[in-house]
Design a protein around this ligand. Structure first.
Ligand code: URA
Length: 432
């Protein structure tokens, strides 16, 4: 088998067999295929796409490059969730304890933020003492004992994905639906939960900027999951504006705690109940309506908050933050942004907010850069709210006033106030 011939086949849109795809993935992972040849094949895929069968074969070849987890000792059905990432997406912090409080088992491996998108792991690490690195045995034991654990991707999971993703980053081949689908689903299949809920973000702050591309990615990922024996459902959710009120690691943990404490009820809280209900419905025989009701009951009764505290304590963190969120890290400086006119909050450009938060120190510009856990932005209004001149639009937090001032201009430009009223934002676009 020659790599050259396989590149030509993909350029001509001729289907590669499973063994040809395995040959490419294994050869590259084991350093037998050089970067320049793999780059050429990835670019051919980027331009000509892969069939669903080829995407499924690539997913399996990447999954099989490393360890596959085994939750067979868990006395119940395990359920995982994947969000394709966005600005202010803190849903895992609430969903994992809600589902666990309803009797579900949620083993979750999450990522760190890179560029303008945040990562659940950085958010959790803003809780004093919280460890995202559990041994496999401790991970299994915690899921079995308390129903949820959220850790960083670790060990020998999908080494092929790490190598291929690094090359894609350098060769303008990240934004390819089959490559994204294979990358994400290989990790989901290696984690190996019984059920998977996919939350595909769509809009200015997401990988998928259009509904068409979000649908295509969701369909590709869902069909791969189902082909490999997983129960799976996918939702497309809006990422044209940040999710919730806070963007920035500790600020987002505070917002999650406020929702778990039932101090605020906003569209984010509704989304969290909806997604939790869907995860419970995937992993049980109850109707979706009943599962959503159970999720709401777990939230309202305080059981989900207790479960979050239990998870924090089990992972070495200071669980008293759930009663005293002021113990979470703070930045040294803050500034408020005042509305310069009256009207209605029509849009908040999420990518711009993500970039402003990156400048404030809340995100990473490279994999090794340090983050300021207290930095970020808190919005005081939702899309559709009436705004009066001189109302506070948002609070900006960073470690210096200069950083706050620098972000102010970008944030002001990201916030659009119109004279015409605008409809309330619908977070769930569609269910697939
Ligand atoms: N997230 C991943 O894990 N892989 C991609 O290719 C894109 C987003």
């Amino acid at each position: 088998m020659q790599v050259y011939d396989l590149i030509q086949k993909t350029i001509r849109k001729e289907k590669l067999s499973d063994s040809e795809i395995q040959f490419l993935i294994r050869g590259f992972t084991e350093n037998q295929i050089p970067d320049y040849m793999m780059s050429a094949w990835l670019m051919a895929v980027r331009c000509q796409e892969l069939s669903p069968e080829e995407t499924a074969a690539m997913t399996l070849a990447i999954r099989d490059s490393g360890e596959i987890l085994d939750f067979s000792e868990i006395p119940g059905v395990t359920v995982d969730k994947h969000s394709t990432g966005g600005i202010g997406d803190k849903t895992t912090l609430m969903i994992a304890p809600i589902v666990a409080a309803c009797g579900g088992y949620v083993p979750k491996m999450s990522g760190r933020g890179l560029g303008f998108t945040g990562g659940t792991i950085d958010k959790l690490e803003s809780i004093p003492g919280f460890s995202v690195n559990l041994s496999r045995q401790d991970f299994y034991r915690q899921v079995q004992k308390i129903g949820c654990a959220v850790i960083a991707q670790s060990g020998n999971l999908t080494p092929a994905d790490k190598k291929i993703y690094a090359l894609r980053n350098l060769t303008a081949t990240v934004d390819s639906i089959p490559l994204i689908s294979a990358s994400i689903m290989s990790k989901k299949l290696a984690l190996n939960a019984d059920c998977i809920l996919l939350d595909v973000k769509c809009g200015s702050g997401a990988f998928m900027k259009t509904r068409e591309s979000a649908f295509a990615l969701a369909e590709s990922m869902k069909s791969t999951a189902i082909a490999h024996g997983k129960k799976c459902s996918a939702v497309i959710t809006d990422m044209n504006a940040p999710l919730g009120m806070a963007v920035g690691n500790a600020l987002e943990v505070r917002e999650a705690i406020s929702i778990l404490r039932c101090e605020i009820h906003n569209p984010l809280a509704e989304l969290v109940i909806d997604l939790s209900g869907r995860m419970l419905a995937l992993s049980s025989s109850d109707s979706l309506q009943k599962c959503k009701y159970n999720a709401l009951k777990a939230l309202r009764s305080g059981k989900a908050l207790e479960k979050f505290a239990e998870m924090i304590a089990a992972q070495g963190g200071d669980a008293s933050v759930t009663d005293h969120p002021e113990k979470l890290p703070h930045s040294r400086a803050s500034k408020i942004l005042i509305a310069d006119r009256s009207g209605y909050l029509a849009s908040v450009h999420s990518e711009e907010v993500g970039l402003a938060c990156l400048e404030l120190g809340a995100g990473r510009t490279s994999a090794n850069s340090q983050i300021d856990p207290g930095a970020g932005v808190i919005f005081l209004h939702q899309i559709g709210d009436e705004i009066r001149k001189n109302d506070i639009l948002c609070e900006i937090h960073a470690n210096s006033e200069a950083l706050c001032e620098q972000a102010e201009k970008r944030l002001r430009a990201a916030i659009q106030i119109t004279e015409m009223s605008v409809p309330e934002r619908q977070l769930i676009d569609s269910v697939i």
